[in-house]
Design a protein around this ligand. Structure first.
Ligand code: CAA
Length: 401
C-alpha cells in the first residue's frame, strides 16, 4: 500500500497461518486444558496426557522444519500458541516453552547433522522431552560461574556436578547440559553437551515445592562420572556459554509470551467478574475505580504484546534480538505481576481463594520475572547494548550474530 509515496510496511494482522495456529491453540486450551487446570494444579499433578496432546498437535517442535519432524511454523505462531495455552494453564505452557525454545532451537541452530537427525524428530513429535540444565546451586544470574566439570575420558566425556531448577528435568529424555571443559579459560572454557538421561551416572535429585507452576516439575540433576560420547558435544568445545546465552535470547521471547497469556487470562476473568459482581446496587464494572484498573491492565498487556511480537518478527528477519527479547521479557513479566495484582483487587476476597483462577494466575505470574533471567538481568542486558553499542557481535561456530 502506498501513502503519499511511502510504502507502508507495518502490518499488525496475523497471517492466515498464524491466525489458524491461534485458533487451534485456543480451542485446545479452552476445551481440554482449562477444565482440568485448577484441579490438577492444586494436586500438583504433571499433565502427561496434555503434553502428549501438544506433541500430536505439532506444538513441541513448532519451528522445526518438517524434515526434522517439526511443524515448520514461524516464531510468531509459537508466540501466539504460547499465549493461548498460558491463558489456560502456565504449568503446561512452560513444558512447551522449554522444549521449543531451550532444547529444539539450539540443536537446530548449533547441532551437527547427525545430532539433528538423531534427536530433532523425537523431540519435535513430543516422543522425547528435553530440558536445559544451566543453573547450579552457586550459579544463577552469574551463569558464567558454573562448576559442573566435563573431563575427557577416552573417546567420551565424564561429567561431574549438580544442576538445579531444571524445568522438565525429572521427565526429560535428553538434557542440554553446560559444563566446564577448561577451567583456565573462564567462560570460554564452558561447553554444551547433549546428555541422554539414561546414561550411567545421571540421576534426578529433589523436586522443588514451588509457589506457582505447581504441575510443572522443577528438578535438580546429579552427574557422577556421567559418560557422554564425544559426538554429543553441541557446537565446539568452549562455545557452550555463548550457546547458552544465544538460546536464552529465544527463550525469553517464549517467557514473554507466557506472561502475556497469564495477563490476558487475568484481564478476561476480571472483565467478566466486574460485570457480574454487584455492590452498592450496581455491577462493580460501573465504578470508575474498577474501570481504570481494567483500562490500565488492557493497555499494558497490549504494549507487552507489541514488544513480544516485534521480537519474534525480528528473529524471522534474521536479526539479533538480544536487547529486544530482554525488553519483551522484562516488560511482559513485570506487566503480568501488576495485572495479576489488580485482578485480585477486582475480585476482592474471592480472588484470594483457590476457587477462582486469578489466585493461580497471581502465583504463576511471579516466576516470569525470575526464570530465564531476572528482571534485573534483563535490564543489565538492555543497558549493556545501549552503552556498549547495538552491534556487539556474538560469534558461535563461526557464525556472527
Ligand atoms: N548470544 C550469544 N553470545 C552472547 C550473548 C548472546 N545473547 N550475550 C553475550 N554473549 C557472549 C559475549 O559476546 C561474550 O563473548 P566473548 O567471550 O567472545 O567476548 C560471552 O558471551 C560472555 O558474555 P558476557 O561477558 O557478557 O557474560 P557475563 O558473564 O557478563 O553474563 C549475563 C551475561 C547476561 C549476565 C548472563 O550470565 C545471563 O543471562 N544470566 C542469566 C542466566 C539465566 O537467564 N538463567 C536462566 C536459566 S534457564 C531457566 O530459567 C530454567 C528453566 O528451566 C526455564
Amino acid at each position: 500500500m502506498l501513502i503519499s509515496g511511502f510504502r507502508v510496511q507495518m502490518d499488525f494482522e496475523l497471517t492466515e497461518e498464524q491466525a489458524m495456529v491461534k485458533k487451534m491453540a485456543s480451542a485446545f486450551a479452552q476445551k481440554e486444558v482449562k477444565p482440568v487446570a485448577d484441579r490438577m494444579d492444586r494436586q500438583g499433578i504433571y499433565p502427561t496426557e496434555l503434553v502428549q496432546r501438544l506433541g500430536e498437535m505439532g506444538f513441541m517442535g513448532m519451528f522445526l522444519p518438517q524434515e526434522f519432524g517439526g511443524s515448520g511454523m514461524d516464531l510468531l505462531s509459537y508466540v501466539v500458541a504460547m499465549e493461548e495455552i498460558s491463558k489456560a494453564w502456565a504449568s503446561l505452557a512452560v513444558v512447551m516453552s522449554v522444549q521449543n525454545s531451550l532444547v529444539c532451537a539450539p540443536i537446530l541452530r548449533f547441532g551437527s547433522p547427525a545430532q539433528k537427525k538423531k534427536y530433532l524428530a523425537l523431540l519435535g513429535r513430543g516422543q522425547w522431552l528435553g530440558c536445559y540444565a544451566l543453573t547450579e546451586p552457586g550459579s544463577g544470574s552469574d551463569a558464567g560461574s558454573i562448576q559442573t566439570r566435563a573431563r575427557r575420558v577416552g573417546k567420551d566425556y565424564g561429567l561431574n556436578g549438580n544442576k538445579i531448577f531444571t524445568t522438565n528435568g525429572s521427565r526429560a529424555d535428553l538434557a542440554i547440559v553446560y559444563a566446564v571443559t577448561d577451567p583456565a579459560k573462564g567462560k570460554k572454557g564452558i561447553s554444551a553437551f547433549l546428555v541422554e538421561t539414561n546414561s550411567p551416572g545421571f540421576s534426578v535429585g529433589k523436586l522443588e515445592d514451588k509457589l506457582g507452576l505447581r504441575s510443572s516439575e522443577t528438578a535438580s540433576l546429579i552427574f557422577e562420572d556421567c559418560r557422554v560420547p564425544r559426538e554429543n558435544l553441541l557446537g565446539e568445545e568452549g562455545e557452550g556459554f555463548r550457546i547458552a546465552l544465544a538460546t536464552l535470547d529465544g527463550g525469553r521471547i517464549g517467557i514473554a509470551a507466557q506472561a502475556l497469556g497469564i495477563a490476558q487470562g487475568c484481564l478476561e476473568e476480571s472483565v467478566a467478574y466486574a460485570q457480574q459482581r454487584r455492590q452498592f446496587g450496581h455491577a462493580i464494572a460501573e465504578f470508575q475505580a474498577i474501570q481504570w484498573m481494567l483500562a490500565d491492565m488492557a493497555t499494558e498487556i497490549d504494549a507487552a504484546r507489541l514488544l513480544t511480537y516485534r521480537a519474534a518478527w525480528l528473529v524471522e528477519q534474521g536479526k539479533t534480538v538480544t536487547k529486544e527479547a530482554a525488553m519483551a521479557k522484562l516488560f511482559a513479566s513485570e506487566t503480568v505481576n501488576r495485572v495479576a495484582y489488580k485482578a485480585i483487587q477486582i475480585f476482592g476476597g474471592y480472588g484470594y481463594i483457590k476457587e477462582f483462577a486469578v489466585e493461580r494466575f497471581f502465583r504463576d505470574a511471579r516466576i516470569t520475572t525470575l526464570y530465564e533471567g531476572t528482571s534485573e538481568i534483563q535490564r543489565l542486558v538492555i543497558a549493556r547494548r545501549l552503552i556498549d553499542g547495538e552491534e556487539i557481535a556474538h560469534e558461535v561456530d563461526g557464525e556472527t550474530f
